[in-house]
Design a protein around this ligand. Structure first.
Ligand code: ZN
Length: 273
């Protein structure tokens, strides 16, 4: 009898939890139903990209090109692509707010605990840098899973990694050129499309959670981006591009983030001596 009651509770939880999740995050439900929406259609010549009917022919052509550039960048950075996110392009702010909570920024990633993920691009998101940035978040999410990313990955690393393929905030030389280990200029002193504020940087320990990272004003977020960019570019210059998949492989095998992050850098330094 007791076993029956327990099973009933479990069954009830299995039904209530996803419904509660979708009720709390209605934009996730809209993303899930985008293929049935009369306002969106599949972009021809691209895989799993939905565009609003309001997108012009020119915007669709640009989106096709920018998506291909971004996917190529992700493949080269990660040494292959595992992510299968569905892209949703909203050229108007009104549509964007329906699919991305708050409607801030140029794009946002919507990941679900059951594995499906969506990249929503707003009016300023039809851009190779924005798409590569969001695809990089998706790649980490796919390789590690929602739970591991939430529990183990500090936000500064998640953002710092995405900023490496987002050339609005970083310089391709951080990983695109093989001699990047010879760099001695501090990364963010270089010219970037969006300039960083000239203020003392933040501490990594103060940028562990999403709230730490994005909870302040615009200047705080820019400083958080700067700190994350500087640290991940520094680490990449030692650990190398191969260090990124090595790190995620170690985490899926049960290793901790901090120890692995340090170990990969130390191993590389030792091997160079
Ligand atoms: Zn990001």
């Amino acid at each position: 009898m007791r076993e029956n009651a327990f099973l009933r509770y479990c069954l009830l939880l299995l039904i209530v939890l996803p419904i509660g999740f979708l009720w709390l995050y209605p934009q996730v439900l809209r993303c899930m139903l985008v293929s049935r929406s009369a306002d969106f259609r599949l972009l021809t010549g691209a895989d799993a990209v939905y565009v609003s009917h309001t997108a012009t022919i020119k915007q669709q052509t640009q989106l096709r090109r920018h998506t291909a550039t971004a996917i190529d960048r992700i493949r080269r950075f990660w040494g292959g692509r595992c992510g299968q996110a569905i892209l949703i392009y909203c050229p108007t702010q009104a549509d964007y707010q329906q699919y991305c909570a708050g409607g801030e920024g140029a794009g946002c990633s919507v990941g679900t605990p059951w594995g499906t993920s969506y990249l929503v691009l707003g009016p300023d998101g039809n851009n190779a840098d924005v798409i590569a940035h969001e695809l990089c978040h998706d790649e980490l999410f796919t390789r590690l899973g929602w739970w591991r990313v939430k529990r183990q990955i500090p936000q500064w690393f998640n953002e710092g990694l995405a900023l490496m393929v987002d050339y609005r905030f970083s310089n391709p030389s951080a990983w695109e050129q093989p001699d990047s280990s010879l760099r001695n200029i501090p990364f963010t002193r270089e010219k970037t499309i969006i300039p960083f504020p000239q203020r003392p940087m933040l501490k990594l320990v103060d940028l562990e959670t999403t709230r730490d990272f994005f909870g302040g004003d615009y200047i705080h977020t820019m400083l958080a981006y700067q700190t994350a960019t500087e640290e991940v570019a520094r680490w990449l210059s030692v650990a190398g591009r191969a260090g990124v998949p090595e790190l995620t492989n170690a985490l899926t095998n049960g290793d901790g983030f901090s120890e692995t992050y340090r170990r990969l850098e130390q191993d590389k330094r030792r091997s160079k001596r």
